[in-house]
Write a protein that binds this ligand. Structure first.
Ligand code: G3P
Length: 217
């Protein structure tokens, strides 16, 4: 299972990278705005800075919503760095653009996916990743993990190569449940990754080992 971090915060990206378990980064316009990154040039430079920190795929989202605009913006983003994956919304022109990018060998991440039908279309268009938003489904009393399960079933039925990127992950249990189901990738905040480290018996056990060592030394 690949671990992506879902942030545009460079310190948090560095911390996850230094842990040695990071496979990539996802961003979106809201995450950029949260870090105060505004204006096209600053956003472009920020993507480049992220690519310098991590070794894996970095999703960069298009703002255009028409086919020509998505293609133009996506090609510019893809040309920035070999690690850039063009993030395209699940809309009609987005699906057309994903097919276009796929035919040209440009990696894509189909975002804002909330149903199996949408995931099926993304795979048919040749998306590299599909991003079902599990936390936002949970927010409206709909089980987000069920969607991951259903997409896994459908993709396995036809051996689609599109990778299921569980997005809008909010906490450690989302990560663990996605791993149980067999999501290919999860993207979440730093807390959902480092939270996996924690167990009180580990802390108690370590304290005891160190105390016993100190007794004899
Ligand atoms: O990757 C999608 C993600 O950024 C959305 O997360 O927590 O805003 O629903 P959230």
């Amino acid at each position: 299972m690949k671990f992506f971090i879902d942030t545009a915060n460079l310190d948090q990206i560095k911390e996850a990278q230094e842990l040695g378990i990071l496979d990539g980064v996802t961003t979106n316009p809201s995450l950029m705005a949260k870090e105060g990154i505004t204006g096209r040039d600053n956003i472009i430079n920020h993507y480049k800075a992220i690519c310098e920190i991590v070794d894996g795929d970095v999703s960069a989202e298009v703002i255009a919503t028409d086919f020509e605009g998505i293609v133009k913006e996506g090609e510019e983003l893809a040309a920035l760095h070999s690690q850039i994956v063009v993030k395209v919304p699940m809309i009609k022109d987005g699906v057309k653009a994903i097919k276009y990018f796929s035919d040209k060998g440009i990696k894509t991440n189909c975002t804002l996916v909330f149903s199996v039908g949408q995931a099926l279309l993304a795979a048919k268009a040749g998306a590299t990743y599909v991003s079902p938003f599990i936390g936002r489904l949970d927010d409206i009393s709909t089980d987000g993990l069920n969607l991951i399960n259903d997409i896994r079933l459908v993709y396995d039925n036809y051996a689609f190569e599109t990778q299921i990127l569980a997005a809008s992950v909010r906490h450690t249990m989302h990560v663990i449940d996605c791993a149980r189901i067999g999501a290919d990738v999860m993207t979440g905040p730093l807390s959902s990754i480092v939270g996996l480290l924690k167990h009180p018996l580990t802390d108690i056990g370590l304290e005891k080992f160190l105390a016993d060592y100190r007794k004899g030394n």
